[in-house]
Write a protein that binds this ligand. Structure first.
Ligand SMILES: [Cu+2]
Length: 232
């Protein structure tokens, strides 16, 4: 089902044409869809939506890049790890990508942004892709694009809203309680034992009624009133 959805979206994407960027921005500002928001990154990681670019030990530093193409759903965090001999730029178009024309490219991460974990390349750049489209990325160091250090990232609409740092169990949806309700909360970021204690104490109210404390009168009476009224 998910696979089919991706295929459909990909077809729709290609039918739309290769130039997914309407109007190139020459002000050299990083587009708002590529802001490296750490709070977005945390949400994506908590949901397991992470795409590491390249493979250990070189990751993004490898020339040529391998793989050269990625397809991820919106809300995915891209993770670039690289040495201080490389950087990361967003290219303006597929034509620029194909010809390694760097004139219209925008810096996403410099050679000395640091942040890499111990035992990993020194630079770490993470960004959540919030908007569907095709993104072309390369390294701006002379000759590196020509040596194949460049990737295409196809971001497809996941159908889920963009990541939000607001609290609450992600995508559990639904309004009722049911068996999955308390499980979803316990499985979330709260301390499970504390949640369990709160639940048993009836702290979640009617939405997740405690088995020890049955909720007071449910909403049934009001429904009955409405039915009676409409029947009259
Ligand atoms: Cu490079």
């Amino acid at each position: 089902m998910w696979r089919e959805t991706v295929v459909v979206i990909l077809i729709a994407q290609s039918a739309r044409g290769s130039d997914g960027h309407a109007g190139h921005d020459h002000s050299a500002q990083v587009p708002s869809t590529l802001q490296p928001r750490s709070d977005f990154v945390e949400v994506a990681k908590a949901a397991g939506k992470v795409q590491v670019i390249g493979v250990s030990p070189e990751f993004w530093s490898a020339m040529p890049s391998s793989p050269t193409s990625y397809t991820v759903p919106t809300g995915t965090a891209l993770t670039f790890r690289f040495s201080m001999e490389h950087n990361l730029y967003l290219m303006g178009s597929k034509a620029a990508y194909d010809s390694c024309d760097l004139s219209d490219s925008i810096e996403l991460a410099g050679m000395h942004i640091h942040g890499g974990e111990a035992g990993q390349p020194p630079n770490l750049y993470e960004v959540v892709m919030t908007t569907a489209g095709t993104y072309y990325m390369t390294c701006h160091v002379a000759g590196h694009c020509g040596s194949g250090q460049k990737i295409t990232v196809n971001v497809v609409d996941s159908g889920n809203p963009p990541p939000s740092p607001s609290p609450g169990p992600p995508s559990s949806g639904g309004s009722g309680c049911g068996g999955g309700c308390i499980g979803g909360i316990v499985g979330g970021s709260f301390v499970p034992l504390l949640v369990l204690v709160l639940w048993l104490g009836g702290a979640f109210g009617a939405k997740c009624p405690s088995p020890l404390r049955p909720p007071a009168k449910a909403a049934e009476p009001s429904k009955a009133v409405v039915t009676a009224a409409s029947a009259a």
